[in-house]
Ligand binder design. Structure first.
Ligand code: ZN
Length: 203
């Protein structure tokens, strides 16, 4: 296992939609181990493959500090199939060191994905668990969407980016909520139908 470089805001890979995974190969398994090691080394609760420069639909999570039930988890080709409600979430991102902003997230989501053993999984989760917003944040990464796109306070976000020594928001690249919705819908439709009927339902 090795700790990988975490790509920071400004790198093109963070704005590039990731490719679906067709097979959980040894290469994908190695990527997942390295992503876990990198996430732990950086004290993160979630990490998406594009953040380590790999444009693949793979994310890892470990929200056990928030809830012991939400330990290490891998999601391959994840998609949100149901969502409702909205709430404000204060979030950070390993690709934006020292930047914390309020973003709008869904209150309850149902996500379908493939696990590391190639099994189909479905999980419904709501806002009282950190995992709920972590999943939304990481799935965004797989689609070239960043948390600054959801920021409630655009001016404040610009100031935070400047303070952190990160590039300023490029107005042409910032996505609006309808654009985000359209992108996620398009991405979901493009994912292989490897999870039409979930085999396991986790709650
Ligand atoms: Zn992030």
């Amino acid at each position: 296992m090795s700790v990988l470089k975490v790509y920071e805001y400004g790198e093109a890979v963070l704005r590039t939609p990731a490719e679906p995974v067709h097979k959980v190969s040894a290469k994908i398994q190695k990527l997942v181990s390295d992503m876990f090691e990198t996430m732990v080394a950086q004290d993160g609760v979630g990490l998406a493959a594009p953040q380590v420069g790999v444009s693949k639909q793979v994310l890892v999570l470990d929200c056990s500090p928030d809830n012991p039930k939400d330990g290490p988890m891998v999601m391959i080709n994840p998609k949100i199939v149901q969502k409702s409600g909205a709430y404000l979430s204060r979030e950070g991102c390993l690709s934006f060191p020292n930047v914390y902003i309020d973003v709008k997230r869904y209150e309850t989501i149902t996500v379908r994905f493939m696990d590391l053993k190639g099994r189909n999984q479905q999980l419904t989760i709501s806002a009282e668990r950190l995992l709920c917003r972590a999943i939304q944040h990481e799935i965004d990464h797989l689609n070239g969407i960043l948390f600054i796109d959801h920021a409630m306070d655009r001016f404040g976000t610009d100031q935070l980016l400047a303070q952190a020594g990160l590039p300023a928001i490029e107005p042409g690249k910032l996505l609006s909520e309808p654009e985000i919705e359209a992108l996620l819908k398009q991405a979901s439709a493009a994912l292989p139908e490897n999870h039409p009927i979930p085999e396991n339902v986790l709650t």
